[in-house]
Design a protein around this ligand. Sequence first.
Ligand code: 4AD
Ligand code: MG
Length: 462
Amino acid sequence: ARPIRIGRLVQMPSAGGRWTVAGWVRSLRVSGDVAFIVLNDGSTLAGLQLVLDRSRLPLFEEVCRIGTGAALRATGELVDSPAAGQRFELRVTELVQVGDAPADYPLQKKRHSFEYLRGIAHLRPRTTTYGAVFRLRSRLAQAIHRFFEERDFLWLHAPIITASDCEGAGELFRVTTLPPNGAPRNDGGEIDFSRDFFGRKTGLTVSGQLEAELFAQAFGNVYTFGPTFRAENSNTPRHAAEFWMIEPEMAFADLADVASLAEEFVRFLCRFALDSCPEEMTFFDRQIEPGLLARVRAVAEADFARMEYDEAIRHLERAPVSFQFPVQWGLDLQTEHERYLTETVVGGPLFVLNYPREIKAFYMRRNDDGRTVAAMDLLVPKVGEIIGGSQREERLDRLTERMAELEMDQAALWWYLDSRRWGSTPHAGFGLGFERLLMYLSGMENIRDVIPFPRTPRHAEF
Ligand code: 4AD
Ligand code: MG
């Protein structure tokens, strides 16, 4: 019979029945004529305790030598457990070692540092912490689709290879075409990256927004959810070269509409995490960030604060703390500023609205004051910015004026400008960094620890 998932077994209403489970050994302890093995198959936090009795298992001596990390298949009876902290255990009558794990298995039953575990990204999903993180990640991804599906948003699969650099920050990874017999080399013997993608200059997408805008002008409400790439060589705990972004875009909508959507979305995801991953969230609360459950519950219920950029700057100028980076109207907010505003000034999530146009992307809608654009960032304690969004400049003349100021190639974006020529509407959208959200919900402090195989300047081996 196919093994039952341990996560299902430990949720059974009562003990009883004969079951087969399969998984990896977390620990083994022998006490006289009984061996105890904690087995986990990745479906649940604590795993299942197997109880092996010398009198029932002919190869008991061999069982006692099974290593941590070995793969086992076990059949037995589900009984109530006398031990604290677990409802059931499996009294094993048949045991097959499917895969051995010699004593040099890198995961032993002790606390390993996250730094050590990052170096063994192929094995760390077997640990309790990463197991919890990646189950949360998977379930949240499903919840994101559910949120938009329930609200009639169309899911757009935006291209990954694209010729447009949406954010215009020069953070593009170039895509080149190489001949089948290997990379062309220049005189210095190095790979020649000047070859382009079938004669066109392309890169990996930094955002699906421009494409989402086009689809919003046909379907009304759309969203993208996919990988995004940025060649920023920033070794921070919040930046990765490859991350996932969720980008809703709504036609016939303004900045306030899209801020409301963002608020509803984040609250929905907080509630979902609490309801659908109670085991994992409780674990994060105990082991990663004390007070996390109360914090996430509060966010799920709260009305998010809103503040104009002007006001944010005034708060920062008055702050009784000294910042590393300067504070001045016209400058972008740094993480330390974002954290001060959310942690000290409001004590929760905060929308900052209407930023100076000089520090924001070309596509944002110019406000009547002439010096700001209809931009919004959602900032949260500890993580800082998790959402960036805006109302888009839907007026062709304003848009081309801004592109000219920035000396942008308008011919290359002819298709984008077309969307302002025919049936243009006020529209707005935002991008939520999926990993930043995961950090916020799990309390994990490094983005490398919420990505299965992180792509950062130092981690791209796997
Ligand atoms: O603020 P950003 O750059 O906005 C955009 O890309 C817009 N086109 C979104 C839109 O309006 N449709 O990025 C959006 C979010 C950030 O708030 C952050 O959460 C995340 O994406 N993000 C990153 N996450 C991890 N690593 C990086 N290098 C990131 N850069 C941005
Ligand atoms: Mg941003």
